[in-house]
Ligand binder design. Structure first.
Ligand code: TYM
Length: 333
């Protein structure tokens, strides 16, 4: 893929420490695409306030996230790296699109339903309208491609429907974006319970490899990751009967770019112990490099804030053009 005129948009919510799931599912792809596309990478802090946290925590998580973006190799002069709340057009478009999105559509969103039925005490309207803000993020920039993990597919489908609906009333205002999902690695699962997604908000930290985990902790977590007991020496991909092993194969494939079938051949006849020890080594190599760069950036908060202001002012210019077009189309003076 190489088309510098194609716009790529993606975002991460600063709702906790980033995980190896975020890294494999999207961040690794973003880095590769910044040379071939016009890229906007957003930190979705307005999405993060749908759950209650202290101002101190929110600020810390935003700065941690931008430092990690830089440590991963995002270039703030090549791409536009910005903070959602600093580009007011996102909230404005969100209200406009709220009037073109139906209650029934939002109530079918599985992420919302999961939160609702899990007995979450803070089911605020922001949580319900969350996908409309996400649609606004994407549509404001005439985005062609959206790299996402599997858990965001339904939100992207809704975005496409909103764009088509709006265009059917007012002409060709929005670009209808397509999703970009890696073949293996778009759904990295929890280490101890590979029936659910690896998530930064998991209350059991042993389910998750965080990008800022110590190497010792990575080693312990991978060693205790569930495998299976039926055939201890068979390392092959089978999402029905060998979820744990398949998940670890996805992690390895996502970090090395080796195909699953190549990995199956490489590990044929080898023990789970060897397999896990190689995964620990590969993750550790990546995290050691990433963390040393992260700590370098993280200590200079003023620099990080300036990078965000710079990116946000560039994003504002682009967002303003489209927002004006939308307002004019609707008839707002
Ligand atoms: P968030 O912050 O939960 O996750 C950021 C991105 O990482 C992907 N991801 C994963 N991929 C593979 N395996 C996993 N275990 C895993 N966990 C997370 C997510 O699919 C996502 O692509 N609402 C979004 C943030 C957002 C956004 C947007 C994304 C706001 N506006 C516009 C794309 C476009 C979210 O909470 O992602």
């Amino acid at each position: 893929m190489n088309d510098i005129n194609k716009v790529l948009f993606s975002a991460i919510q600063p709702s906790g420490q980033l995980t190896i799931g975020n890294y494999i599912g999207v961040m690794r792809q973003w880095i590769k695409m910044q040379d071939t596309h016009t890229c906007l990478y957003c930190i979705a802090d307005l999405h993060a306030i749908t759950t209650r946290r202290s101002p101190k925590e929110l600020r810390r998580d935003v700065l941690d996230t931008i430092a990690l973006y830089l440590a991963c190799g995002f270039d703030p002069y090549k791409s536009i790296i910005f903070l959602q709340s600093q580009v007011h057009q996102h909230s404005q478009l969100c209200w406009l699109l709220t009037c073109y999105t139906y209650y029934g559509e939002l109530s079918r969103m599985t992420q919302f339903k999961d939160k609702y039925f899990q007995g979450n005490k803070n089911v605020n309207s922001g949580l319900f309208n969350y996908p409309i803000l996400m649609a606004s993020d994407i549509l404001l920039y005439k985005t062609d491609i959206v790299p996402i993990g599997k858990d965001q597919s339904q939100h992207l489908e809704l975005t496409r429907n909103i764009a088509r609906r709006f265009n059917s009333y007012y002409g060709n205002i929005f670009t209808v974006p397509v999703r970009y999902m890696v073949k293996h690695g778009s759904n990295i699962l929890s280490l101890l319970n590979p029936c659910k997604k690896m998530s930064k908000s998991d209350s059991n930290k042993n389910n998750v490899i965080f990008l800022l985990d110590s190497i010792n902790s990575v080693s312990k977590k991978i060693q205790s990751a569930v495998t299976d007991s039926n055939n201890p020496h068979s390392i092959h991909y089978d999402m029905t009967n060998k979820k744990g092993i398949s998940n670890l194969l996805n992690v390895l494939s996502g970090l090395t770019d080796k195909t699953i079938s190549d990995l199956e051949i490489e590990y044929s006849g080898k023990s789970y112990r060897q397999f896990k020890s190689d995964i620990i080594e590969i993750i550790s190599d990546i995290l050691i490099r990433l963390q040393s760069s992260y700590f370098y950036y993280r200590q200079n908060e003023e620099y990080l804030e300036n990078i965000l202001y710079y990116g946000s002012s560039r994003a504002c210019l682009r967002a303003d053009k489209l927002l004006n077009k939308v307002k004019k189309a609707i008839g707002l003076i």
